[in-house]
Design a protein around this ligand. Structure first.
Ligand code: HPA
Length: 271
């Protein structure tokens, strides 16, 4: 099992990995940069990828999600834990808590959301009944409980286009639709991971109550401050959970694994 962490807003530091080494991977969608290391000397390889690039220079709608996910798969990664700062729509998920999402609602607008654009690549309609790996979620929830961290084992993530924050009317609408959390990067990342048969878990850290629930105007620096206050706990959770996740999977996520050349035969098998 080869593992990866995608670090979202506020999670930039890969120095918790043993023997960190930078790697660049060329993909059909452009290059991706990662740090390769291990949880302990001689242990399971772990890759760390900075979603927003060095210095957080990429806004959510310009992240090259396809290159990132393709690179992970090309490196042999099988399980991915992806962190994200989120706003909360749910009073039971206050700032400082973690949520291991089980569903998403997609309100993004401008992003390539598939590896299968027709032609040579074919057309694929990937099952999204269980978008987030149930085995990873189970391990994350159990780890959070053992560590005494405030966490919810399920939640619906609303993906917005950004980079602006939402209006209170949008937040009210998302709540009516069943959303618990709102963020700007969870989709298409989870969708692309499913297309390539990766186990993918979203580790959301609530940094604020969403617009209109919180009466104050929302700022990115508030999000960064709350992330900074919680990043050590998040890292402990990831390190502990990854040790367990290095064992055999007890999920079906990888049953949809397709060869990386994305040829027609592979596509047909998925349908
Ligand atoms: N909305 C969207 N993305 C976010 C938020 C929010 O309130 N907080 C952190 N990321």
């Amino acid at each position: 099992m080869t593992l990866a962490v995608i670090g979202g807003t506020g999670v930039y530091d890969p120095t918790w990995l043993r023997d960190p080494e930078e790697v660049t991977v060329a993909t059909p969608f452009g290059g991706a940069r990662l740090v390769q290391g291990a949880l302990f000397a001689g242990g399971t390889p772990v890759y760390f990828m900075n979603r927003h690039g060095a210095g957080h220079q990429l806004p959510p709608h310009l992240v090259n999600y396809r290159a990132n996910v393709w690179a992970l798969r090309a490196l042999g990664v099988t399980r991915v834990l992806a962190t994200a700062a989120v706003g909360s729509l749910n009073p039971a998920m206050p700032p400082g808590s973690m949520v291991f999402c089980d569903q998403f609602l997609d309100f993004t607008k401008s992003r390539p959301t598939t590896f299968f654009d027709g032609g040579e690549a074919g057309v694929v309609h990937t099952d999204m009944t269980e978008p987030y790996c149930p085995d990873c979620r189970r391990v994350l929830a159990a780890t959070a409980q053992t560590l005494g961290l405030p966490a919810a084992a399920a939640g619906t993530y609303v993906a917005t286009e950004g980079p602006r924050f939402e209006s209170p009317a949008e937040i009210r609408a998302y709540r009516i639709l069943g959303g618990d959390l709102v963020g700007m990067t969870g989709v298409p990342e989870v969708v692309l991971a499913r297309e390539l048969g990766l186990c993918y878990a979203g580790v959301a850290l609530v940094t604020n109550f969403a617009a209109g629930i919180s009466q104050r105007a929302l700022t990115h620096s508030e999000v960064l401050t709350v992330m900074a206050d919680n990043v050590a706990r998040l890292r402990t959770l990831l390190q502990t959970a990854l040790q367990e996740l290095a064992g055999s999977p007890r999920c079906e996520c990888q049953a949809t694994l397709v060869p990386l050349d994305g040829n027609r035969a592979a596509v047909d098998r998925q349908n």
